[in-house]
Design a protein around this ligand. Structure first.
Ligand code: 5AD
Ligand code: FES
Length: 343
């Protein structure tokens, strides 16, 4: 049995073999084929939509890779009001979106009560939709309030599961330990949880990717977000190379084989490094796309990395564009909440 077959059947491989898969392009075609078989056996040809609302680019943190880190004096800051957020949801709902992802920097301007009020507002308007939060590290009590307000899911990439690398990518005061604590608290509270990491982040080594895969096996998240690192002009990493396309696709396939049920987005970052990146992501095992529902006038300002796509398009244009892209890749967008399948 070859490595790909073995991974497909056992959903696992010993360290050395997994590392070999990460490091070679020899299995890429076989991986893609196996990943597509598995995704079809679990989710058919369905692709789920997530309407992304980037509601604040204020951030108290200073992650070294990120364009909206608090220390970036060149970033023009903005915040959306509850009404503006609800307007995005109304437009998205008309377009068939049944999941809204509220993403932002770690912005202390919004109290727990305000976030809860926004979540309740969305649920009152549209009781059948899923609300996902992606607003960083909080206490378990705060997460509990979000849950009680009706939030269903939470995205918090672990970024890297290796202490040394975590310390290199983040300033003092942030820790892998707290990041993991958050993820386990969220799981414990009953959120559908998403973790993930950047591919090709500065200092990343194959061994670190292996550690990321091992951490994900331990956490068993419902969603896994990976995309290439892309340098941002106002960060110390501005001259670092972007993450590699082939490696990102290979890892998407590996993840699909290790986690057959997982909700795996073809990310905006992947669509930014090559024009057909998201289509390629879908073909390699991804089953989610996350078009932007933020008001167009603010989109350029939510600049995590340079040259981000879709900053000039209206939500309806992105929906149409993705319809075509998903179809050309051989799949079909469905207007459903797209909850994880039991695992
Ligand atoms: N390139 C690619 N992805 C990035 N993110 C932040 N900055 C960058 C960058 N320069 C990712 C992080 C974060 C997610 C919201 O965006 O992984 O968790
Ligand atoms: Fe936004 Fe294609 S998805 S224009």
């Amino acid at each position: 049995m070859n490595l790909v077959e073995e991974l497909k059947i056992n959903r696992n491989l010993p360290d050395e073999e997994l590392l070999h898969l990460i490091n070679t392009d020899a299995y890429d075609d076989a991986l893609m084929k196996a990943a597509d078989e598995v995704r079809r056996s679990v989710y058919n040809d369905e692709v789920f939509l997530r309407g992304l609302i980037e509601f604040t680019n204020y951030c108290k943190n200073n992650c070294r890779y990120c364009g909206i880190r608090g220390g970036n004096g060149n970033a023009e800051r903005y915040r959306l009001t509850k009404e503006e957020i609800l307007d995005c949801c109304k437009e998205g709902h008309k377009l068939g979106f049944r999941t809204f992802v509220l993403q932002g920097g770690e912005d202390l301007f919004y109290s727990d009560e305000e976030i809860c009020d926004i979540v309740r507002g969305i649920k009152e308007l549209f009781p059948e939709v899923a609300v996902t939060l992606s607003i960083g590290e909080k206490t378990k009590d705060t997460y509990r309030k979000y849950k009680e307000a009706g939030a269903d899911r939470y995205l918090l990439r672990h970024e890297t599961a290796t202490e040394e690398h975590y310390g290199f990518l983040h300033p003092e005061g942030m820790s892998l330990e707290n990041r993991k604590r958050c993820l386990y608290d969220l799981k414990d509270l009953g959120f559908q949880v998403g973790a993930g990491f950047m591919v090709g982040s500065p200092g990343q080594k194959p061994e670190y990717i292996l550690a990321d895969l091992r951490f994900l096996q331990e956490l068993k998240p419902d969603m896994i977000g990976i995309g290439p690192f892309i340098p941002h002009k106002d960060t110390e990493f501005k001259d670092e190379p972007a993450g590699n396309l082939e490696l990102t696709l290979r890892l998407l396939s590996v993840l699909r084989l290790m986690f057959p049920y997982v909700l795996l987005p073809a990310t905006t970052a992947l669509g930014t490094i090559v024009p057909n990146g998201r289509e390629l992501g879908l073909k390699h095992g991804a089953n989610v796309v996350m078009p932007n529902l933020s008001p167009v006038r603010f989109r350029e300002q939510y600049s995590l990395y340079d040259n981000k796509i879709c900053t000039g398009e209206e939500a309806a244009e992105c929906r149409r564009c993705l319809e075509v892209r998903v179809k050309n890749a051989g799949y079909r967008i469905v207007d459903a909440r797209g909850d994880v399948i039991n695992h």
